[in-house]
Design a protein around this ligand. Structure first.
Ligand SMILES: Cc1cc2nc3c(=O)[nH]c(=O)nc-3n(C[C@H](O)[C@H](O)[C@H](O)COP(=O)(O)O)c2cc1C
Ligand code: SF4
Ligand code: SF4
Length: 253
């Protein structure tokens, strides 16, 4: 039996995990939950996750610290919109037992930085990256040993580290930046149900954010009324959910 553990904000990582699992026989897909311990003893084990602020997402760090991965072959695939920064190296430094580490480019979901592309453009974007994903899948099927650690000059690594540290430090202040347009919110609670950190309470039919946000950007992008903003910059920006993933698949079980 094989297993792929994934974490996703807006479905890109789930899309990749699904594509790999389709080609590996007897493969279960398991969502990584914060602070959860798993019994991992499989033939092939993979993890798939997004890059956040040039580094390893806290949820992935937490997963790797809590869990011993017993497997004959281990792979880790990151995905990002521009570049992985120190992510792959951070991962390797936490766990040196991976056989294969690599990354792939996917559409941007960080709407603070850039307006996410439309559904049609995202489909085209992924079509253009099809061969890259195919190559990664073939490498995994062939149990290739390869570590793409994206090693850069020390000065770039330092830059990535500073950005990542300030991002991680700032996470607890995220709550200040969420706003909901009360005139448009229907109280459907999809934002609350979909948060992987269980960080959104519904109070008087309106979402209320707590302090455990990891900025996965799911709530902002999944709201059917497009009524959640994170700083005024995101207010008039597109929403992004991977076009091959249904919002229902992003609601934690
Ligand atoms: C908070 C945050 C930080 C991000 N930082 C980076 C980054 O440093 N480099 C990059 O190339 N993409 C970055 N991205 C973009 C995502 O890594 C990319 O869109 C990814 O495919 C999203 O995957 P998901 O849908 O599985 O969450 C960031 C996204 C978010 C939400
Ligand atoms: S998902 Fe949107 S409409 Fe539904 S409760 Fe949350 S903010 Fe309101
Ligand atoms: S509050 Fe929103 S952005 Fe923060 S972890 Fe939950 S779903 Fe992700």
């Amino acid at each position: 039996m094989n297993a792929i553990f994934y974490f996703t904000g807006t479905g890109n990582s789930l899309y990749i995990a699904k594509k790999i699992s389709e080609k590996l026989k007897n493969c279960e897909l398991i969502e990584i939950k914060y602070n959860q311990e798993y019994k991992i003893n499989h033939d092939i084990v993979g993890i798939v996750f997004p890059v956040h602020a040039y580094g390893l997402q806290p949820i992935i760090k937490n997963f790797l610290k809590l869990n011993e991965i017993k497997a004959n072959y281990k792979f880790a695939i990151a995905n990002c919109a521009g570049g992985p920064g120190n992510t792959l190296l951070d991962l390797y430094n936490l766990n040196k037992t991976f056989n294969y580490i690599d990354y792939i480019l996917m559409p941007e979901n960080y709407s603070i930085l850039k307006n996410p592309i439309s559904k049609e453009q995202a489909i085209k974007f992924m079509e253009n990256k099809k061969e890259n994903l195919k190559k990664i899948i073939t490498n995994i099927q062939n149990r290739k040993n390869y570590l793409n650690l994206n090693k850069k000059f020390i000065i770039s690594r330092l830059f990535f580290k500073i950005i990542n540290k300030s991002f991680i430090r700032g996470l607890k202040h995220s709550v200040k930046f969420f706003k909901v347009d009360k005139t448009k919110c229907t109280g459907c609670s999809i934002c609350s149900k979909s948060c992987p950190m269980n960080n959104i309470e519904m109070v008087n039919n309106l979402p209320l954010w707590n302090k455990n946000c990891i900025q996965c950007f799911r709530c902002i992008n999944i709201c059917p009324e497009h009524t959640i903003s994170f700083t005024p910059i995101t207010k008039n920006r597109n929403q992004y959910i991977n076009p091959h993933i249904s919002p229902k698949e992003l609601i934690p079980k």
